[in-house]
Design a protein around this ligand. Sequence first.
Ligand code: HEC
Ligand code: HEC
Ligand code: HEC
Ligand code: HEC
Length: 150
Amino acid sequence: MKKRSLLMLAVTATTVVFLFSVAYAAQKAADNITMNSKVYKKHKKVLVTFTHKKHNVGYKIPCNDCHHVYKGGKNVWKEGNHVQKCDACHKEAKAPRVKEGEKGPSKKEKIKKYHYSAIHENCKGCHKDLKKAGKPTGPTTCKDCHPKKK
Ligand code: HEC
Ligand code: HEC
Ligand code: HEC
Ligand code: HEC
């Protein structure tokens, strides 16, 4: 290879690495996130606004309580790693209703596959556990998170 093309290659590679680090370093969550996953063809409920910053900073909940990448059953995600949207992995909307007499998927299987199960387990699950423990927490009933549409 000529010297000139080697130089071009080096420049291109450096640029790519630089752009990647900018994209990753710049990843930041909005203080408040309107939860609006594309897995739902249509939202039947009022969209929920999630107070991301308040949960993390105000309520002191660590990132990896909510963000994860599982490897061999362990959460290996660390602060600073790229964050994917929940529906990147919990890809389907909601588990279909199970017919009478048929065996449906387990709770664990549902959470792994369906966004509906994963998100409710995360949000509602934590609030319910804290409520049981008598601690201050967020809403646990449908209408407190999804008020009636007007
Ligand atoms: C702690 C808050 C919270 C509670 C409690 C809660 N949800 Fe949700 N729900 C959410 C969030 C967040 C989403 C995800 C919306 C998205 O990303 O598009 C969601 C999604 C949904 C969806 C799919 C999206 C849509 O609008 O059609 C339905 C249906 C739904 N919830 C129904 C319920 C029902 C029924 C209950 C009570 C049994 C309930 N939720 C309790 C927060 C909550
Ligand atoms: C209580 C749960 C919770 C905590 C704690 C939390 N997050 Fe999040 N975070 C979420 C949810 C839910 C979303 C929205 C994901 C979606 O839209 O699918 C989100 C979104 C993000 C996004 C945007 C992702 C995108 O592509 O839109 C980033 C970046 C992020 N969080 C980083 C962090 C970091 C860093 C911390 C800790 C300093 C943290 N989060 C703490 C729940 C949490
Ligand atoms: C990189 C893929 C990936 C992303 C992104 C992801 N999950 Fe998961 N999640 C998984 C897998 C895989 C499991 C199943 C782990 C098991 O069953 O051992 C899981 C399990 C869960 C569980 C049950 C176990 C636990 O850790 O509490 C909940 C709740 C959950 N996810 C919610 C979420 C929410 C909310 C988001 C977005 C903030 C999210 N997940 C983003 C892959 C992902
Ligand atoms: C690990 C625990 C945990 C998770 C996960 C969690 N929350 Fe909360 N949430 C709390 C606590 C703690 C409070 C309030 C504590 C207080 O008032 O001091 C709260 C308060 C709230 C409130 C009322 C005050 C506010 O900040 O708006 C809403 C609404 C809420 N959460 C929605 C959600 C939604 C939607 C999700 C999922 C995307 C979620 N929460 C996930 C722990 C959690």
